[in-house]
Write a protein that binds this ligand. Sequence first.
Ligand SMILES: NC(=O)c1ccc[n+]([C@@H]2O[C@H](COP(=O)([O-])OP(=O)(O)OC[C@H]3O[C@@H](n4cnc5c(N)ncnc54)[C@H](OP(=O)(O)O)[C@@H]3O)[C@@H](O)[C@H]2O)c1
Length: 248
Amino acid sequence: MKHFIITGTSRGIGEAIAYQLRSSGHFLHCISRERNTALISNSENMAYYEFDLVQTDAIEALMERIFSQIDQSQVEGLYLINNASMIAPVAPIDAADSSEITRNIQVNLIAPILLTSLFIKYTRELAAEKRVLNISSASAKNLHPGMSLYSAAKAGLDVFTQSVALEQNNSNAPVKIVSIWPGMIDTSLQSEARSMDRAMLPTVELFKQVMESGMLTTPEETAKQIIAFLFKEDIEHGEVVDIYDYSK
Ligand SMILES: NC(=O)c1ccc[n+]([C@@H]2O[C@H](COP(=O)([O-])OP(=O)(O)OC[C@H]3O[C@@H](n4cnc5c(N)ncnc54)[C@H](OP(=O)(O)O)[C@@H]3O)[C@@H](O)[C@H]2O)c1
């Protein structure tokens, strides 16, 4: 059995990944605040955790629960997909509320760091294939005023990925870890950006143009590319991969 721990499976890319990974040889451990009842009722091997990743102090207990469900002697592969994310607060940093700033960094950076740390800890002795895929964003490089937190968190996630890969190179049973920029996808994250006031997001028109010119891909198409990438034999361990380059 291959096990997949996936965050952000209630909608968007994470939901599409979960739907496409369903198979008799796969067990999915799904995490989001909202329970995805449609996904659950259409799946056999699945555990669903309604969990708010802002609660970083509770992530250790969450991973303990998840790993207590996994019989590592029967595992053919273990995968962590850090996909959950939020863009709020979208605002110049001096207009953002302190608690919102903290929430953003908790969900976008601290939670995936903790999940990765615990994933590596729990699988230290496991010789089977182990992979962490961090869903990052080109926003780590392409900066927009009003989106400093999202960009800073994604840039942090990319550097974290690269650093952990160096550590894993010295491990007897290394975890392969990659950051991926998935492109621009028609999800609620994009519609939230498009709905912003220009005072909060001066480049809001760009987000609208991308949508109007049909440049957004579907979550299903993106999930397909991400899954192909996840199982790639020569996966780009330690790299930050732009899906546009990968799909050329
Ligand atoms: N869409 C794009 O154009 C685009 C571009 C570049 C990168 N990305 C990246 O792709 C990934 C998926 O984005 P998406 O577009 O699919 O976003 P989305 O449609 O907004 O979905 C976000 C997912 O994250 C979960 N989530 C958010 N806050 C959470 C929290 N506090 N605790 C637990 N789960 C939480 C949501 O579930 P709940 O609300 O139920 O908790 C939801 O399932 C993100 O990492 C994003 O940065 C997207």
